[in-house]
Design a protein around this ligand. Structure first.
Ligand code: BTN
Length: 287
C-alpha cells in the first residue's frame, strides 16, 4: 500500500513539474525539436495544420516539417509560393500559451529577423522589408507566413537558397496578380553563383528562431529586438509604396523613417506629417 502511495506521489510530482514550467519549450536552453522531412509535399504549412487538427501538442517540444519541394506552396495573402528543389521550405510549430497571445503579432517580424541573422552567418548582407520579407541585393529572397491556431504558432519560412536567375524570373512572372511584387533573388544569386548547403542553413535557422522566440516570451515584448530589426530595415529614408489592403490594389507613397520600439513602421506622408503603421506592406517605387 505504502509503495502504491509513493508511486502515485512520484507520478503526480513529475506531471506537475511539466505543467508548471520545466517542460515548456521556451524555458529550455535547447528545446526538443521533432523534425519530419518530405521529399515532395503539397505544402509544409498545410501539413502542419492537418497534424494540429489531429493531435494535441506536447508543450515541451517544437515540431518542424520540411520538404525538398512543394507542389502547392502558400505565400502570404493566399498567394502561391513557387517551391522548386534547391531551396528551404520549413514550417515550425511552436506550442503557444494563450497567456502570450499579445506577442503573436510580433512573431512574423522576429521570424524575419531570425532569417536575416541566419543568412549573415553565411557572409551575406540581408535586409528586412517590413514587416516580414527578407531581401538580398534588394530582391525578395525569403518570406515568412505565420498562423496562430488555438494553442500553437505556425511559422512557415521559405528561403531561396540555390535558385538561379531563370527560376527567380519565373517566380516573378507567376506573381503578376500582386501589384506590390518585387524581383526575386536567392543566396546563390546574391553571392554570384555560390551554392549553399540547405541543411546547414536549416540548422542555423532552427537555433536562431527558437532562441529569438523564447526571448520574445521571456522578455514579453519587442523592445530588446528593436535595434536588431531597425539596423537591418530596408528603404530607410526612401520613398516607397505603402498599402493597407492585403491585395495591394490601393497604395500611396510614403517615406520610410524606421521602426519604433513596438515594431511599428514610422513613416512620413507626402504632406510631411509623421505617422506610424502596425500593419500593411511596402514595396519600392518605380523611380
Ligand atoms: C511570403 O509570401 O512571403 C511567405 C512565404 C512563405 C513560404 C513558406 S515555404 C514553407 C511554408 N509552406 C508553405 O506552403 N508556405 C510556407
Amino acid at each position: 500500500m505504502r509503495l502504491v502511495y509513493l508511486l502515485i506521489t512520484f507520478l503526480v510530482t513529475i506531471n506537475l513539474g511539466c505543467v508548471t514550467s520545466s517542460c515548456l519549450w521556451w524555458d529550455k536552453e535547447s528545446p526538443k525539436l521533432e523534425h519530419t522531412h518530405f521529399k515532395t509535399i503539397d505544402s509544409t504549412q498545410t501539413h502542419a495544420l492537418k497534424i494540429l487538427a489531429e493531435k494535441s501538442l506536447d508543450p515541451s517540444c517544437v515540431h518542424l516539417f520540411t520538404a525538398d519541394e512543394q507542389t502547392a506552396g502558400i505565400g502570404s495573402g493566399s498567394r502561391r509560393w513557387e517551391s522548386p528543389k534547391g531551396n528551404l521550405y520549413a514550417t515550425f510549430v511552436f506550442p503557444w500559451s494563450m497567456e502570450y497571445i499579445m506577442l503573436a503579432p510580433l512573431v512574423p517580424q522576429i521570424a524575419a529577423l531570425s532569417v536575416c541573422e541566419t543568412l549573415e552567418k553565411f557572409g551575406l548582407r540581408p535586409q528586412l522589408k517590413w514587416v516580414n520579407d527578407i531581401l538580398l541585393g534588394g530582391n525578395k529572397s525569403g518570406g515568412v507566413l505565420c498562423q496562430f491556431e488555438s494553442d500553437a504558432m505556425l511559422v512557415g519560412i521559405g528561403i531561396n537558397v540555390n535558385t538561379d536567375d531563370r527560376v527567380a524570373a519565373e517566380g516573378l512572372a507567376a506573381s503578376t496578380d500582386d501589384p506590390m511584387r518585387i524581383p526575386f533573388g536567392s543566396m546563390k544569386i546574391a553571392s554570384r553563383g555560390t551554392e549553399f548547403p540547405i541543411d546547414e542553413v536549416l540548422e542555423i535557422l532552427k537555433t536562431q528562431l527558437t532562441r529569438n522566440l523564447a526571448q520574445l516570451i521571456a522578455k514579453k515584448g519587442f523592445v530588446s529586438f528593436y535595434p536588431r530589426v531597425d539596423t537591418r530595415l530596408a528603404y530607410k529614408g526612401k520613398w516607397v509604396m505603402y498599402t493597407e489592403d492585403c491585395k495591394g490594389s490601393i497604395s500611396r507613397k510614403i517615406k520610410v523613417l524606421g521602426i519604433n520600439e513596438s515594431g511599428h513602421l514610422k513613416f512620413e506622408e507626402v504632406d510631411g506629417t509623421k505617422k506610424e503603421a502596425c500593419f500593411g506592406r511596402i514595396c519600392p517605387t518605380e523611380e
